[in-house]
Design a binder for this molecule. Sequence first.
Ligand SMILES: CC(=O)N[C@H]1[C@@H](OP(=O)(O)OP(=O)(O)OC[C@H]2O[C@@H](n3ccc(=O)[nH]c3=O)[C@H](O)[C@@H]2O)O[C@H](CO)[C@@H](O)[C@@H]1O[C@H](C)C(=O)N[C@@H](C)C(=O)N[C@H](CCC(=O)O)C(=O)O
Ligand SMILES: Nc1ncnc2c1ncn2[C@@H]1O[C@H](COP(=O)(O)OP(=O)(O)OP(=O)(O)O)[C@@H](O)[C@H]1O
Length: 498
Amino acid sequence: MRLQALAAALHLPATDLPDGEVRGVTHNADWAGPGDVFVAIRGARFDGHSFIDKVRQAGAVAVLGEGLPDDMTSSLPYLRVPDARAALADAAAAIEGHPSRELRVVGVTGTDGKTTTAWLTRHLLRAADLRTGLLSTVGYELPDGELRHFPAHFTTPEAPQVQRTLREMVAVGADAVVLEASSHALALERVRGVDWDVAVWTHLSREHLDFHGTVENYFAEKRKLVERARFAVLNADDPWTARLTGLAPQETTYSAEGNGADWTAHDIEEGAGGLSWRVTSPLGEFGAQLPMIGRFNVANALAGMAAAAHLGASAEQLVAGLASFRGVPGRMELLAGDGPASELPAPRVIVDFAHTPPSLEKALTTLRTTTPGRLWVLIGSAGGPRDPGKRAPLGEVAARLADHAVFTEEDCRDTPLDDILREMERGARAGGRTNFTTIPDRAGAIAWIIGKAQPGDTVLLAGKGPEDTLERAHETVPWDEVAVARGALSDWQMAARR
Ligand SMILES: CC(=O)N[C@H]1[C@@H](OP(=O)(O)OP(=O)(O)OC[C@H]2O[C@@H](n3ccc(=O)[nH]c3=O)[C@H](O)[C@@H]2O)O[C@H](CO)[C@@H](O)[C@@H]1O[C@H](C)C(=O)N[C@@H](C)C(=O)N[C@H](CCC(=O)O)C(=O)O
Ligand SMILES: Nc1ncnc2c1ncn2[C@@H]1O[C@H](COP(=O)(O)OP(=O)(O)OP(=O)(O)O)[C@@H](O)[C@H]1O
């Protein structure tokens, strides 16, 4: 695209501009290269304007920004825009030629369940013979099924990556794409310019208040997805849905809790390794089986089914798709031990990403129903500014719903780990509980909790899921919760054999 054409697409005057070729657009000075337009964003920590010389040296051709600081001149042509993040998204969509218009795009938002629902939806769309890509917390996937990662770890990356990935999807012949839309993404315009066919709403509970300030603001950001889509899939079990009804031109509802809805689940049965239920839906009534643990996954599956049905999936395709679903890494992931003793009886160990009080509550409640023995949970809480108000509630929920809880580290960053752990203990004690042990080192805590459990027991390792680093005060260490847990499980089985 030529620079003048880009300016015109952004409704900017282009008279004084050179008309060079634009290769791409970026907000990150480290990523700028020859032919790029750099968008200078005034963020919470940096002012992108201070990197103008750096991007010029890297070969950038122009800068977009909300206005140069008084004491600064720009060494590159500077285009003033009213909103830099909006301009970043609009430029990215224009440069990539609006790829979402060539795809059926399903967006998924909500506090919990986005990743699981997104993966389920993409699996169901594939079962309906749609070549489907995925953009989610655990990476992005072209229709070929190989998982890839962005350089920075985001649920929804910045607009240039979103638009480039959508273009890549179109280029390899994708029909549809499922995209997780976080509240940060909606607030910071990362998905502006995406043409949404379907918006899926999981549910809303308190989270990210450090960023949004109030639950009302948080809701307002997430609501944008429903407002922008042509079809909404709404959760009749979530009280916030009352305020979403009628925002999209067309909508459907789902319920896994017996509320009136278009898609409902009844006769739900939870087994140690899977779920089954009957579905009543606009496609008729039929039975469904899903090899996943966790009653809430019935709701996620209904949401995915309703979205896939809107894009043409039949009841038979939905049923076959659910039955062949392999799960999502780190979401209710059931571990098997490895090594020579792996076939011996052992406690059931599950790695799960639950890191909010409501999701921890749901995870423990659902695991209790399929645990004949004792239920154990290991949980920490992140440091830094990220919602410190949830530490005590996490401690309370863990001690109330498990037979024994272990409090441990989880990305404490610049907050003293002791402060976080004391807060979690305080929550447990305030709920009248003392059935907890605090072990700061996470690997040691995992070894301890698995070592204590018996066959028939369930051990839930919550909070980290598939994350590949553990952020401590002065270091970030590589982390693989599944590998650490498998090692502890193997040790347990070896010890049992002796
Ligand atoms: C709270 C939040 O989302 N902040 C995002 C915001 O940061 P910011 O406003 O502080 O920006 P900044 O760091 O001051 O930088 C300003 C500008 O200077 C640029 N810069 C800065 C430094 C430098 O060396 N070079 C450079 O070019 C930056 O790229 C940016 O354009 O804009 C930055 C770039 O545009 C993002 O990287 C940053 O994400 C931070 C790292 C982050 O952790 N975000 C998380 C919370 C997030 O987005 N999470 C959600 C999911 C949450 C969930 O549901 O669990 C997600 O979608 O991943
Ligand atoms: N529908 C749901 N309702 C409540 N809790 C859920 C639901 N689905 C999943 N969970 C719980 O929340 C955890 C996170 O699930 P998932 O990763 O699917 O959500 P998410 O919204 O993508 O979260 P994140 O963006 O932080 O990854 C799961 O491990 C599970 O414990």
